[in-house]
Design a binder for this molecule. Structure first.
Ligand code: FES
Length: 88
């Protein structure tokens, strides 16, 4: 099924991009912009965003990475990983 008509992106393209990103980095935050970039495309009109997002949410790899789940309950200090270098 075509999700984005401007860029001819299907639900399979979105699933493949999500699975690829999750396999490459299990702690990455996946956004529509990252999916467009992974597919080598850019959003045009944005009219597909509601369907694009619902297609993303159906993918099993869209869950929040385990280390980031504790941030909402105030455990952010326990998890001190922001990809900053130690000397910064
Ligand atoms: S339909 Fe997806 S950007 Fe226009």
């Amino acid at each position: 099924m075509i999700v984005c008509h401007c860029q001819n992106i299907t639900d399979r393209d979105i699933d493949a991009a999500i699975d690829w990103m999750r396999a490459a980095d299990d702690s990455t935050i996946i956004t529509p912009g990252k999916i467009y970039r992974a597919l080598g495309k850019t959003a045009d009109c944005g009219g597909c965003m509601p369907l694009f997002l619902s297609t993303m949410r159906r993918n099993d790899n869209m869950e929040v990475p385990a280390p980031l789940r504790s941030l909402r309950v105030g455990k952010a200090k326990e998890f001190n990983y922001e990809r900053r270098q130690e000397g910064h």
